[in-house]
Write a protein that binds this ligand. Structure first.
Ligand code: ADP
Ligand code: MG
Length: 568
């Protein structure tokens, strides 16, 4: 069994390695953050499994992460006493990329270094980032509960393959040994490593320890002692009070939970007391993940119960339309052995979800309604990235429909651009005297909407029309009939009633025209009997001779096309 075996990396891993080494070099310090983050996850997983099986701790209850270096051997080692890996786990976790959407991700890479560096950050580089500074990585690991003889050594130079063999290993957990590349000796310093840890990993709730260094008066140099010191603050960031957390710490914590490289747009951090007690620290990313439309994607909330990590992607804690929100919720009420099934039915979870939804909407409103340009711009960014997802909320979350409606943004005939920046409130404020409805047109794309013949009469009268071109729009519109009492009306439907927008003289003229064309209309109705339900004289067109309209209560042409395309 202890034979050494050489295995090839999955194609995607090879691509990833190549890309990472070349595009992330200017950010090379992040390797330490990623490896410490994995060590912290491993401790979380052990704590969680040990809830039902305390024996997993053996005689080693103090979870920690140790970082050390060896100047002679030119190595840096990150050790944890977390869950560890079996041989099979090492093969599948370190030899393949299991993330959903991996294929799509590689399809999106452009070959342009800077652009790809941003994408790769979003994808989450994790373990492989070690190869930015190392030309060989050795992983010695032993699964909690396994025998000393069941240790595993995984080793690779980060090219096409890796080797795996069985070893003796003292103690459970994982040692990641980085054999530094030529020219990376700067990293072999206590000061350097400490400063990287404090910069990127201060928020990690486990102690990160290093051996102490002291000045030796006789030797006239600093020497490394045997005793250990804790380098980080080692308390859960979300449990600290807001006033003790710097913006940088909030940002680094976001990067830790989200695997994102970019700073978030905004966050909200609260301790909620009352019927249900919990702490929430929630972030809105600045960029939509590449797999946002993946139906199997579960959302980004980590659930803790009294500081104990319970699970990633706790989708019950956030409605589906807010699946882009990242962060942590730490409950004081849920049982430690809570499962996804229990979460589904729990009343506490329902309370948390409702409370968190309100917080997220509040965070968005703060950006949307802000006076400062910086916040306004953030809302514009938010809308570009996540507006289509937020629209799902109109159908999904009846309780918050009104708040959501205020957050919607559309393209409009009032602006000569496809940018979605007009709110219902903006529209209402610009309504013509006598206008009591909000007019919109739906189409497959902006050009089609803008050039719709249905808009002609509105242009002539100077009445604004919202241009709705997202796939989700038709569906959304079936859940929203008005905004603050102003009916939403499609310009393509039924006998368009412009009400008070039409003056008396026009009305009279229209009636006369209708009478004079009655005969022609009658003939056309007969001719088109099995093709059109009705034929009418219209005043909505100014340039086009004729157009098709849907009946008042019928599905619009666009929705019909969509349903057909979906095979219905
Ligand atoms: P991610 O952390 O996003 O899952 P990584 O590339 O960082 O991706 O890590 C891949 C996987 O390797 C982890 O999900 C985990 O299963 C395993 N792993 C990495 N480091 C450790 C560790 N120190 N202890 C146990 N498992 C680890
Ligand atoms: Mg990781």
């Amino acid at each position: 069994v202890s034979e050494k075996q050489t295995l090839g990396f999955q194609t995607e891993v090879k691509q990833m390695l190549h890309l990472m080494i070349h595009s992330l070099y200017s950010n090379k310090e992040i390797f330490l953050r990623e490896l410490i983050s994995n060590a912290s996850d491993a401790a979380d997983k052990l704590r969680f499994e040990a809830i039902d099986n305390d024996a997993l701790y053996g005689n080693d209850h103090e979870l920690k992460i140790k970082v050390s270096f060896d100047k002679e051997a030119r190595t840096i080692t990150i050790s944890d006493n977390g869950i560890g890996m079996t041989r099979d786990e090492a093969i599948s976790h370190l030899g393949t990329i299991a993330k959903s959407g991996t294929k799509e991700f590689f399809g999106k890479l452009s070959g342009d270094q800077q652009q790809d560096a941003a994408l790769i950050g979003q994808f989450g580089v994790g373990f492989y980032s070690g190869f930015i500074v190392a030309d060989k990585i050795t992983v010695d690991t032993r699964r909690a509960g396994a025998d000393a003889s069941e240790g595993v050594r995984w080793e690779s130079a980060g090219e096409g393959d890796y080797s795996i063999e069985t070893i003796e290993k003292n103690g459970r957990g994982t040692d990641i040994i980085l054999h530094l590349r030529e020219g990376e000796d700067e990293l072999l310093s206590s000061w350097k490593i400490k400063s990287i840890i404090r910069k990127y990993s201060d928020h990690i709730s486990l102690p990160i320890v290093m051996r102490k260094e002291e000045w030796d008066d006789e030797k006239k140099e600093t020497v490394v002692k045997d005793d250990l010191e804790t380098v980080n603050q080692a308390s859960a960031l979300w449990a600290r009070s807001k006033s003790e957390i710097t913006p940088e710490q909030y940002e680094e914590f976001y990067k830790h939970v989200s695997h994102d490289f970019q700073a978030p747009l905004t966050h909200t951090h609260n301790r909620v007391e009352g019927r249900s007690e919990y702490t929430q620290l929630l972030y809105i990313p600045a960029k939509a993940p590449f797999d946002m439309w993946d139906r199997n994607k579960r959302g980004g909330i980590k659930l803790y119960v009294k500081r104990v990590f319970i699970m990633d992607d706790a989708e019950q804690l956030m409605p589906t339309y807010l699946r882009f929100v990242k962060g942590v919720i730490d409950s004081s009420d849920l049982p430690l052995n809570v499962s996804r099934e229990i979460l589904q039915e729990s009343r506490d979870v329902k309370v948390i979800r409702e409370g968190s939804t309100k917080r997220v909407l509040g965070m968005l409103e703060e950006l949307a309604n802000a006076d400062e340009q910086e916040k306004k711009d953030k809302y514009v960014t938010f809308w570009k990235e996540f507006g289509q997802v937020l629209k799902e909320g109109i159908g999904e979350d009846a309780a918050n429909k009104e708040r959501l409606a205020k957050l919607l943004r559309f393209a409009s005939t009032a602006n000569d651009s496809d940018e979605q920046v007009t709110s219902f409130a903006d529209y209402v404020a610009r309504m013509k005297e006598g206008q009591d409805k909000i007019y919109y047109v739906t189409a497959d794309n902006y050009a089609a909407a803008k050039n719709s013949p249905h808009l002609e009469i509105f242009r002539k009268k100077g009445v604004e029309v919202l241009l709705l071109t997202d796939r989700v729009d038709e569906w959304m519109l079936s859940f929203i009939q008005d905004f603050e009492g102003k009916e939403l009306v499609s310009v393509a439907k039924g006998g368009l009633d412009l009400g008070a927008l039409e003056d008396e003289a026009e009305k009279k003229e229209h009636e006369e025209t209708e009478t004079s064309y009655a005969e022609l209309v009658g003939k056309m109705k007969t001719a088109l009997a099995d093709k059109a339900k009705d034929v009418r004289v219209t005043f909505r067109l100014t340039d086009s001779p004729a157009c098709l309209v849907a009946d008042e209560n019928e599905l619009s042409g666009n929705l019909l096309r969509m349903l057909k395309a979906a095979g219905q």
